[in-house]
Design a protein around this ligand. Structure first.
Ligand SMILES: Nc1nc2c(ncn2[C@@H]2O[C@H](COP(=O)(O)OP(=O)(O)OP(=O)(O)O)[C@@H](O)[C@H]2O)c(=O)[nH]1
Ligand SMILES: [Mg+2]
Length: 289
């Protein structure tokens, strides 16, 4: 099971006083049963060998609070039981064999069926229980994009040693270069309207980990400060082994920030899914090798 807190609908997840109350609070889902949010939502989880954490991550996402909830993984050649577990849990599986975290999202954003998209790692680090609260915030405040800051409420052990420093250094550099006022440039939890991609200027270009910082840079640049906001949420220790290469990915993130600043970034692959990508909703998913 992933750790969780329950929030009442009017609590602000970024308010630490509210968070302490949240443990005693009424769960959002219970309150909103029968009074569903009038939106459709797709939760996208990129996965590469997440057999340990995937089931609890899926289970931690509340159900029954919006008109339609699609939960899907975009899987990148997992060689463990990740895809089988997703199918057992009856969630959508889309295969994207081109490598990279950013590639998975540039595919997932295109094939997501619903109007609001929520992203998270499939490793129990992000507060899945807050998904309804965050979507409600998007609607109530008429926002287009929320990015969740992990640095302010990170729990002990969630960002060991060099990762914590790397996150701080990258976030600091991004603030200096882009002056966009985002605390956590590396967070992978966003809540946004799929329609933001109707504007091609809002479509991220990077196939790797730098997609995360690119999303925030674009959101502030294209959507503006009033429509793209940052909210602090809890962040928890990872379940399962990470695929991240601390130094290699850190360096790529730094290089990307400078390249993007001077317009020298390149797109390696086109936006969107390929027709040849197998998808469980089309019934053309091959057996797990
Ligand atoms: N489809 C796909 N998913 C990936 C790929 N690389 C990583 N992921 C997934 O993307 C998410 C983020 O990767 P993580 O390994 O958690 O990276 P991180 O959050 O920076 O590192 P930790 O702090 O150690 O969790 C996880 O759910 C991974 O399983 C990839 O090449 N393809
Ligand atoms: Mg992670």
């Amino acid at each position: 099971m992933c750790a969780s807190v329950s929030m009442s609908p009017n609590e602000d997840p970024s308010d630490s006083n509210s968070r302490s109350n949240a443990f005693k609070g009424v769960a959002f889902v219970a309150r909103y049963m029968g009074e569903k949010l009038p939106v459709t939502v797709t939760v996208i989880l990129p996965t590469r060998n997440e057999e340990e954490a995937l089931a609890p991550t899926i289970d931690a996402i509340p159900r029954g609070w919006c008109k339609n909830l699609e939960i899907m993984i975009v899987d990148g050649n997992s060689s463990d039981r990740t895809r089988e577990i997703a199918l057992e849990k009856k969630i959508r599986v889309h295969l994207e064999d081109r490598k990279g975290y950013g590639r998975a999202y540039r595919t997932g954003f295109d094939v997501a069926k619903n109007d609001i998209i929520v992203t998270m790692d499939a490793d129990c680090t992000y507060p899945a229980e807050l998904v309804p609260t965050l979507v409600k915030r998007l609607l109530d405040d008429d926002l287009d994009f929320i990015t969740c800051d992990r640095l302010s409420l990170a729990e002990e052990g969630s960002m060991p040693g060099i990762h914590g420093f790397g996150n701080w250094a990258l976030s600091f550099t991004a603030r200096i270069l882009f002056g966009y006022g985002i605390k956590d440039s590396q967070s992978g939890m966003w809540v946004f309207r799929k329609s933001i991609f109707d504007n091609e200027a809002m479509r991220p270009t990077n196939d790797g980990m730098p997609l995360s910082e690119e999303m925030k840079i674009l959101a502030r640049r294209v959507l503006g400060k009033n429509k793209a906001v940052e909210i602090s949420v809890p962040y928890r220790p990872r379940v399962g082994e990470a695929e991240i290469h601390t130094w290699g990915d850190g360096w790529k993130n730094f290089k990307f920030l400078f390249a993007r600043r001077v317009g020298l970034h390149r797109t390696r692959t086109p936006w969107g899914s390929r027709d040849s990508n197998p998808d469980s909703t089309n019934g053309d998913l091959p057996e797990q090798a």
